[in-house]
Design a binder for this molecule. Structure first.
Ligand code: UTP
Length: 479
């Protein structure tokens, strides 16, 4: 086939953008040098204009109201602590989970493609230092969790990390600089997620520079297609990996690999499982697990009607109490099934209005003082209604959830460090090594236990044989 000349390519692309009302993308063409022209055409070719046309109408030019299910019931959850009826089942689940881990039939998966705008850290969020004594980064803590798991169970787990085109190189460089934190590089695999352009309210795609489209990552829901496109899914199938343990990069307390959770998921034939915590208050800004018209799903806090958020059950408890914390196990076969036919696969798009720098008609780059752009993202939890036998397991906030989202205040570096410190102190207490506590309820000192040493309180009791030296107000670290 005769290859296209540069001018034929330009003519073809010009006709496409004109046809879709996006001809402004080429408005600054005459001012670009040849390299910039090439980059702009590459960017434009990444956009699926045919698919976008409809989306711009339905989600950019207008806000699509969330379609509330007709019937909304609380979702059943497995409790954090099993009652007498479930003790045997939990013990079986732990055994099954451990056996799957030992055979490397589970892979760790971290989504780290977000832009972390609220935190405002210059670099991939996983490179953010967070541990109370050693200032270990989020990535370091997860790596050590995998090392600790491998040490405990004799496994050699794979770790998949989803980056974005914007932070992929920086993330890989960070791992190289840190010598992969002691992991074998060939067991760690990075792949970038897909992107979506940002739009002006009238549906025009924004330019970030005269020759670059303002792309941003397409949401953590983009991870499902990214798993397929990157070849990671095929690799998992080749290696006999059956389940993917999904976490987000910003929660240092998360149990990256949890035998109980994995085992329950497997034993119940769940295709997608989720962890939940009881909400801190009726209106906490977390998604709510519900059964809507017969399917398990997450309804965002902003979409849950107030009367449901405040509803009480017969015992006076919160009726919709299960908060989503973005910890999942997905069966590989489920991800394969969902993404097999891309034309049929679509998680719903969520619209957010944000501040995005843009190039104006005169070719000047502007930073808007107010939100000026519509971004569209897909969310991982929207896969749950597609799953058979979805399972929800309760966990405790203090043990497993303290994300770093904001620079200050709730869910910030400060609260996350505090919660890591408290958890380590509680584990030491539980292991019988009394930790001094201050009158204000905080541990008197800084405590950090590397996940390479212990993965939970019971594990610490097994491995810490002699009482550690603990001094009031001092820093303590064990590995
Ligand atoms: P958040 O929704 O907190 O977004 O992501 P964020 O981009 O990190 O931060 P803000 O909103 O800009 O402040 C939750 C998790 O999902 C990942 C993030 O890296 C984080 O682990 N994520 C988010 C992706 O991997 N890709 C995305 O497109 C969005």
């Amino acid at each position: 086939m005769k290859s296209e000349t540069d001018s034929e390519r330009l003519a073809r692309i010009r006709s496409t953008v004109e046809q879709h009302g996006q001809s402004h993308l080429l408005a600054h063409w005459d001012t670009l040098n040849s390299q910039q022209r090439g980059e702009l055409l590459d960017d434009i070719e990444q956009v699926n204009f045919a698919a976008l046309g409809h989306l711009i109408e339905s989600h950019v030019r207008q806000e699509q109201a969330f379609a509330l299910p007709t019937s909304i019931q609380p979702a059943p959850c497995y409790p954090a602590v099993p009652g007498i009826d479930l003790i045997g089942r939990y013990a079986d689940a732990v055994k099954r989970g451990v056996s799957l881990i030992r055979k490397n039939k589970v892979a760790a998966f971290t989504v780290a493609g977000g832009q972390g705008t609220r935190l405002g850290f210059d670099g991939p969020k996983g490179a953010f230092p967070i541990s109370p004594v050693r200032n270990k980064t989020l990535f370091a803590l997860f790596a050590e969790f995998i090392l600790g798991t491998n040490r405990r169970y004799g496994s050699d787990l794979r770790w998949y990390i989803m980056t974005s085109p914007q932070n992929d190189a920086a993330t890989r460089a960070f791992f190289r600089e840190q010598a992969y934190f002691g992991l074998k590089p060939e067991r760690v695999r990075f792949f970038p997620q897909g992107v979506m352009p940002a739009f002006a309210a009238d549906g025009r795609i924004l330019l970030d520079q005269k020759h670059r489209i303002a792309f941003s990552p397409d949401g953590h829901g983009g991870s499902l297609l990214a798993l397929r496109h990157s070849g990671a899914l095929a690799e998992m199938a080749n290696e006999g990996i059956e389940h993917v343990s999904y976490i987000q990069v910003d929660n240092p307390l998360v149990k990256l690999i949890d035998p109980l959770f994995i085992g329950l998921h497997d034993l119940t034939g769940s295709e997608m499982s989720s962890k939940m915590i009881p909400k801190a208050d009726d209106l906490e800004r977390v998604g709510n697990f519900v059964v809507g018209d017969g399917r398990t799903m997450v309804i965002e806090y902003s979409d849950l009607p107030d009367e449901l958020a405040h509803a009480r059950d017969g015992a006076g408890g919160r009726r919709f109490d299960a908060g989503s914390i973005a910890i999942h196990v997905l069966s590989r076969a489920f991800v394969e099934r969902l993404t097999a036919d891309e034309a049929l696969f679509a998680l719903p798009w969520h619209r957010a209005v944000k501040k995005v720098p843009y190039v104006d008609e005169a070719g000047i780059r502007r930073e808007s003082q107010t939100p000026n752009a519509v971004k569209l993202e897909a969310f991982i939890f929207d896969a749950i209604p597609h799953a058979e036998n979805p399972l929800i397991l309760e966990t405790t906030r203090a043990e497993e959830f303290s994300p770093v989202k904001n620079a200050t205040g709730v869910d910030s570096e400060e609260t996350s460090r505090r919660d890591m410190n408290r958890r380590a102190a509680r584990w030491l207490d539980a292991a019988g090594f009394g930790v001094p506590w201050r009158a204000d309820g905080e541990p008197d000192g800084l405590f950090e236990i590397s996940p390479r040493l212990a993965l939970d309180a019971a594990h610490l009791r097994e491995v810490m044989l002699r009482p550690p030296a603990i001094q009031r107000g001092r820093e303590h670290y064990w590995e």
